[in-house]
Design a protein around this ligand. Structure first.
Ligand code: UFG
Length: 329
């Protein structure tokens, strides 16, 4: 039996496939390559180029392969853009989830691991954030992911599709062998943008606001290594295989780093001074996001291996140094 990875050519999806293949799993990927990269597709996986909003290709995949479970990464992910283009997000993320769940139900596939986000919480009431805390997204991206979780909840009750939803905090880094990594067009994420300065691809990094209610005025985020995230998907799969009930888990290191602290850490890793400029706040950015991952640790037995932020940045640096133009597509 195989695992269908939707969005397996993307950043987190490709790392999950890497770990799945390493764990001896048979993997089938569907990716429309709009943001995913051909160069990120694991050669050990069977690849279908297609869109999850296309019921025909999903039914074809479920017919041609014995799919035991789905891991779903295929979604738009930019909080800032989602504020400008909410319908783009509801179409791909929410409608995409509907088509995927319909096809799973039609084809008798009853397990799904879902790529959710800290953005479902919005501005949190307390720290660290626990799974049952208030969820009031402040951007359509977070709202779309929350709706997707709710869709799975109702479908699990009505149609018996069990799910694990993994709410990632800030995914970062790359596999240590440097074979795959982060490459977004346009790039909006902090670490790759910071590293473009020592790479000579960017003159400076703009800090989006220093008037937040945080110790140094810049946003605090909980950076978690992409391989630790990938491993959580394998544990979630094991949990569902062992009959675990539908569940939701936060995934983070439980420690907040400010934008300024991340720049200093990147200077240490690269050994270069990184020029900064002060900008205004970016729409849709909460001041702080810091996870409690106690539940994932206890129930899934998850232990992040990359707790150190400089270590996380150094794996990203290995990738970007060796692939200054990403996958080059
Ligand atoms: N930032 C800057 N300058 C930049 C880019 C980012 O100051 O040029 C700041 C942002 O304002 C934010 C922090 O760096 O405070 C991190 O920004 P990212 O864009 O790297 O990440 P986000 O926190 O916005 O979002 C990421 C993912 C989402 C996910 C979220 C959950 O993109 O998919 O983490 O925490 F939902």
């Amino acid at each position: 039996m195989a695992i269908l990875v939707c969005g397996g050519a993307g950043y987190i999806g490709s790392h999950a496939v890497y770990q799945l293949v390493k764990a001896g799993e048979e993997v089938v990927i569907i990716d429309n390559l709009q943001h995913g990269h051909r160069g990120a597709i694991n050669p050990a996986a069977k690849f279908y180029q297609g869109d999850i909003r296309d019921a025909k290709i999903l039914d074809q995949i479920f017919t041609e392969n014995k799919i035991e479970a789905v891991i779903h990464f295929a979604a738009y992910i930019e909080a800032g853009e989602s504020v400008e283009k909410p319908l783009k997000y509801f179409n791909n993320n929410v409608y995409g989830m509907q088509i995927l769940l319909e096809s799973m139900v039609r084809n008798g596939v009853d397990k799904i691991v879902f790529s959710s986000t800290a953005a479902t919480y919005g501005e949190p009431e307390k720290f660290p954030i626990e799974e049952n805390d208030r969820k009031q997204p402040i951007n359509p991206y977070g709202e779309s992911k929350l709706i997707m979780e709710k869709m799975m909840k109702w479908v699990s009750r009505a149609n018996g599709v069990r799910f694990v939803s993994l709410r990632y905090f800030n995914a970062a880094g790359a596999v240590e062998d440097g074979s795959i990594g982060e490459d977004h067009h346009p790039e909006t994420h902090l670490i790759p943008l910071i590293l473009q300065v020592p790479l000579g691809k960017r003159d400076h990094i703009t800090i989006f606001g220093e008037d937040y209610p945080t110790p140094d005025g810049t946003c605090l985020r909980d950076y978690i290594h992409v391989i630790d995230l990938a491993d959580a998907h394998i544990l979630a799969l094991k949990y569902l295989r062992e009959g675990g009930a539908s569940n939701v888990f936060n995934l983070g290191n439980g420690q907040g780093f400010s934008v300024k602290e991340m720049i200093i850490a990147a200077e240490k890793v690269t050994g270069q001074k990184i020029k900064t400029e002060m900008g205004t706040r970016r729409a849709g950015d909460p001041a702080q996001l810091i996870a409690s991952s106690d539940k994932a640790r206890k129930i899934l037995g998850w232990t992040p291996q990359f707790a150190d932020v400089e270590k996380i940045i150094s794996t990203a640096w290995t990738w970007h140094k060796n692939h200054p133009n990403g996958y080059g597509d």
